[in-house]
Design a protein around this ligand. Sequence first.
Ligand SMILES: *[C@@H]1O[C@H](CO)[C@@H](O)[C@H](O)[C@H]1NC(C)=O
Ligand SMILES: *[C@@H]1O[C@H](CO)[C@@H](O)[C@H](O)[C@H]1NC(C)=O
Ligand SMILES: *[C@@H]1O[C@H](CO)[C@@H](O)[C@H](O)[C@H]1NC(C)=O
Ligand SMILES: *[C@@H]1O[C@H](CO)[C@@H](O)[C@H](O)[C@H]1NC(C)=O
Ligand SMILES: *[C@@H]1O[C@H](CO)[C@@H](O)[C@H](O)[C@H]1NC(C)=O
Length: 231
Amino acid sequence: MAAAFYVCFLLWCFQINTAGAQLPPPHNLNVISMNTNYTLTWDWDQGQGSAESGAVNFTTHYVAKFMLKSKKKSPNWNIGCETTSDRSCDLTNKNLFYLGIYVFRVRASVNGTDSDWATKDFCPDEEAALGPPSKVALSPEGRNLDIVISDPLSSTNRSMREHHEDLYFQIRYWERSADGQALRGHSLSSKKRVVTLSNLQAWTWYCVSVQSRYDFYNKSSSFTPPTLHAD
Ligand SMILES: *[C@@H]1O[C@H](CO)[C@@H](O)[C@H](O)[C@H]1NC(C)=O
Ligand SMILES: *[C@@H]1O[C@H](CO)[C@@H](O)[C@H](O)[C@H]1NC(C)=O
Ligand SMILES: *[C@@H]1O[C@H](CO)[C@@H](O)[C@H](O)[C@H]1NC(C)=O
Ligand SMILES: *[C@@H]1O[C@H](CO)[C@@H](O)[C@H](O)[C@H]1NC(C)=O
Ligand SMILES: *[C@@H]1O[C@H](CO)[C@@H](O)[C@H](O)[C@H]1NC(C)=O
């Protein structure tokens, strides 16, 4: 009994001591995303001991989450960013699998001392923000007006439909007479890239703005800046 008490007491002291000397880990980890562009950001509070402000390095790692569950051995963490003083790491070019679940981790180092790792889970399919259409053009066809919409694009300029097959567009348009009167708003949704408004009024301005949407994970982009057509 007495021996057991002694061991516990020693461990307790040891933990307090190392905790006191430790560098604070980064906190507030967040992933800023747009389509397939992913940037991990974090905050870090300068510890009281490390006087030289700015003299801090951060290291970012990432790994597929299922690798951490493997009982065999410690996983091979991949390097995201090494020894940067920035409080962010752009992981866009790491070819993350869109349907994968990843764990990101980041630690601070000052003067050869490392902090603990701070971690953040991220699943692009579920969490990455969807961008607005990459382009909206208006093309008059007689009394009709074609709205020609280009899909939001990934960081390799491929359509985001490759990841979200059921992506669709929410289209808003406003009518306004040439004298500035009679503002009317309309709204419609479509999966198509060309949507035709028929029987347009003469001497009327049409203003069009489009949003991308994907309902499964309730994703909706910002609306594109209004595109104007004067009939
Ligand atoms: C990702 O987006 C950020 C913010 O818009 C940008 O600065 C960065 O260059 C983008 N990364 C790539 C690889 O395009
Ligand atoms: C960095 O380490 C050196 C040598 O151990 C020490 O003299 C110096 O005070 C340390 N600087 C800071 C900012 O902790
Ligand atoms: C940051 O990393 C560089 C390169 O490894 C190293 O020379 C420098 O001493 C590091 N700075 C700190 C504050 O640890
Ligand atoms: C994507 O397209 C834009 C505009 O056409 C171009 O500036 C950029 O270099 C392209 N990026 C890639 C990765 O192909
Ligand atoms: C879906 O997103 C919309 C707008 O962003 C929000 O108002 C709504 O509450 C969300 N619904 C769910 C089920 O998350």
